[in-house]
Design a protein around this ligand. Structure first.
Ligand SMILES: [Zn+2]
Length: 44
């Protein structure tokens, strides 16, 4: 059933950064468990 799959994703809690606890935007989910800020700091 396609509907149950949609419900599954709707009910997923938002990801949070493991460093600062900020909610991570879904478009960055491939980066893991850190937000853009912490990733940026890590990169520099
Ligand atoms: Zn962060």
């Amino acid at each position: 059933m396609i509907e149950s799959i949609v419900e599954f994703f709707k009910n997923l809690p938002p990801k949070k950064c493991t460093d600062c606890g900020e909610t991570i935007e879904e478009q960055h989910e491939c980066y893991g468990n850190k937000c853009e800020k912490c990733l940026g700091l890590f990169d520099m």
